[in-house]
Design a protein around this ligand. Structure first.
Ligand code: ADP
Length: 307
């Protein structure tokens, strides 16, 4: 079945001829096979194999069955879509009622009543934040969010985000710095959505970094891509969680930060994917984390070659 796949065959051929593993992104390295009405998904990798005497002999193809993971992911998406829609209307009603009670009845309540009403308002804000996250994710996943792509400057984006987050950093006495390669070409992106991604990464970094820590926002060029990194010298992420934290609802075990939903990074990944980019993390527990995403530069390769 895999040999029948033209995509895989081309990768194998190129690997055997070029002696180099293909440069594949996540969606490019999945093979989908229909077998007796059942769909299976395989994550593949191609590695050149040489004899050690210079002559390249072949390539090793590794296929990992990820059908169960894909199905689970689909179930989460379906749940998110249903939950976000079903919860919105009742939440709005409750919000109005609590708002009205706060306005009209608060002063007439005894201490216990006031405490309960305050708690209700706080919990409501948490639920709203959760349903907003769910709705955002479900909209992006279903392709309902239009990306307003235009050439934007990566260094301006990090500067702008640093400005937005400066106050929160000051409150936590954390140093926030930016650094960008000179003369970076613009990226093709929806500026608001990418700002949202950077803001989210910085607010995570602020949450998981002690007072007196450092956060750095970097923009640099890597081939025809631009990489934006948010690095901190905070808590870091245990190795076993590093490949999972971009999944929906995944939070590091023992993470007792309030307000977390485990959806922030999943939304970041969907936005970056919708731009045709990739996002990853490098982290050493106890030393810090660096979240990086890469996006295509707006200029095209052909023109660069001519120049
Ligand atoms: P949450 O809403 O819980 O923050 P995210 O998807 O944004 O959800 O993050 C998932 C988990 O990844 C967090 O619960 C946290 O444990 C971990 N994490 C994210 N960013 C950092 C960071 N900069 N440093 C340490 N841990 C982090």
């Amino acid at each position: 079945e895999s040999v029948k796949s033209e995509k895989l065959f081309d990768h194998l051929k190129a690997t055997m001829e070029g002696g180099k593993s293909p440069d594949l992104d996540e969606s490019g390295s999945i093979l989908t096979v229909k077998r007796k009405g059942r769909v299976s998904h395989y994550l593949f990798s191609v590695t050149p194999v040489s004899t050690g005497f210079g002559d390249l002999r072949g390539a090793a193809l590794l296929l990992r069955d990820i059908t169960k993971l894909k199905e689970l992911d689909q179930m989460k998406s379906d749940f998110i879509s249903t939950a976000s829609h079903e919860l919105r209307t009742p939440l709005t009603t409750i919000e109005m009622s609590v708002g009205l009670l706060m306005e009209k009845e608060y002063e007439n309540l005894d201490e216990k009543g006031k405490e309960l009403l305050n708690a209700a308002q706080e919990e409501l804000a948490r639920l709203k934040a959760l349903t907003d996250d769910l709705l955002d994710l479900s909209r992006i996943e279903s392709g309902k969010v239009l990306m307003n792509m235009e050439p934007v400057s990566a260094s301006e984006l990090i500067e702008k985000t640093a400005k937005i987050m400066q106050k929160q950093a000051d409150e936590r006495t954390i140093e926030l710095e930016t650094e960008a390669d000179a003369a970076l070409p613009p990226i093709k992106a929806d500026a608001n959505k990418i700002t949202w991604v950077i803001t989210n990464l910085v607010s995570n970094a602020l949450r998981y970094t002690e007072r007196g820590g450092h956060i750095k926002l970097l923009a640099k060029r890597s081939g025809n891509k631009i990489e934006i990194t948010v690095a901190d010298d905070g808590a870091g992420i245990p190795y076993e969680f590093q490949s999972k934290i971009f999944e929906k609802f995944v939070r590091v075990e023992g993470d007792n930060q309030p307000r977390g939903t485990g959806l922030g990074l999943a939304i970041c990944r969907e936005i970056v994917r919708a731009h045709g980019g990739t996002i990853w993390v490098e982290s050493v527990p106890g030393k810090g984390s660096a979240f990086t995403f890469s996006l295509q530069a707006a200029e095209n390769n052909e023109r660069r070659k001519e120049i």
